[in-house]
Design a protein around this ligand. Structure first.
Ligand code: NAG
Length: 310
């Protein structure tokens, strides 16, 4: 951990304190670089977020400036940044999190979720998946695979919705995520009232590539893949910035360890509330057979914040 920190610090100083294209370059609370690599310029998105946009005049294709109105009809209203889930939430687990998926113990892989596969210690959430010696029936959720593992899932008590009142959201966390065949960890958002919306912030399917996905429908999906070295053994931060682009659409930016990896048009996501879920599914899209022994997936420093415009 210490050597990782030192490496990170030395890489930062080698970077000559310039943010790369699409990197963050300012905002309240930002302590990183405030100038951009040549070819891009720092464009303010809102008081809390500025980003290096390629193009001599800032391009202007990505972010929409969000005014932080201070009055409505002459009445002062509270505006600005607010924290929804702080980095220490696992230390007060029951205030912020529930066990299982919002809909119960089963989903799209061969693991059935159990509360006792989830533990918390020192601010770190650990989910353990164990192979069963005999099959535990079938998942009740499509595509109803045979259950061969007991594992764990948690979901946040609060939900995410990008709308006029909350036009910007930052959602992030640090994870040690398994990458072996048949392990299918995720940190993702899915609609509480409909599907889609779905945004996958972390999803590994049996190798070291993270899949950032935005599902506009089952056949209309944006995917950005990012290779993550030592994803299983080293903490890495996975993050999104979701910003209201117009009355219907949300623009989602994806980051690993602070590096911008891509952006998706989450068309039609405005006003659609989403659950925040952390789970260790098994097999399914990650291949089978999965591991015969135990698999662990860890999370820490989950953070959810938003701007309040009114
Ligand atoms: C299965 O669930 C994962 C989250 O564990 C999600 O990212 C993915 O989109 C789902 N895939 C299908 C095909 O249902």
């Amino acid at each position: 951990m210490l050597s990782q920190t030192l490496i990170t610090l030395s890489l930062l100083s080698l970077a000559a304190a310039q943010a790369p294209a699409w990197g963050q370059c300012g905002g309240i609370g930002w302590t990183g670089p405030t100038t951009c690599a040549s070819g891009s310029s720092c464009v303010k998105s809102n008081d809390y977020y500025s980003q290096c946009i390629p193009g001599s005049n800032g391009g202007g294709t990505t972010t929409t400036a969000q005014a932080t109105a201070t009055t409505t009809g002459g009445t002062s209203v509270k505006t600005g940044w607010e924290e929804v889930i702080g980095e220490g939430s696992f230390n007060s687990f029951s205030s912020f999190w529930n066990y299982l998926y919002p809909w119960g113990p089963d989903h799209n892989g061969s693991a059935r979720m159990k509360q006792d596969k989830v533990s918390v210690s020192g601010g770190v959430l650990t989910i353990r998946a164990d192979r069963l010696s005999s099959q535990d029936g079938y998942s009740t959720a499509n595509p109803k695979p045979a259950i061969w593992y007991w594992s764990g899932a948690v979901h946040a008590k609060s939900t995410v919705v990008v709308n006029d009142q909350f036009p910007n959201w930052e959602i992030r966390g640090e994870f040690k995520a398994p990458t072996t065949k048949g392990t299918w960890p995720a940190f993702w958002l899915t609609g509480t009232q409909s599907w889609p919306p779905e945004i996958d912030i972390l999803e590994f399917k049996g190798n070291t590539e993270n899949w950032f996905n935005t599902f506009r429908s089952s056949s209309d999906v944006s995917t950005t893949k990012a290779n993550v070295g030592n994803a299983a053994s080293t903490w890495h931060q996975y993050r999104i910035w979701a910003t209201k682009a117009n009355s219907k659409d949300v623009t989602v930016h994806f980051y690993v360890d602070g590096d911008w990896k891509g952006q998706h048009n989450a068309a039609g996501f405005v006003g659609k509330p989403m659950w925040i879920i952390i789970n260790l599914q098994m097999e399914g899209s990650s291949g089978s057979p999965g591991p015969s022994g135990s698999t662990t997936y860890q999370a820490q420093k989950i953070y959810v914040g938003r701007t309040r415009a009114s």
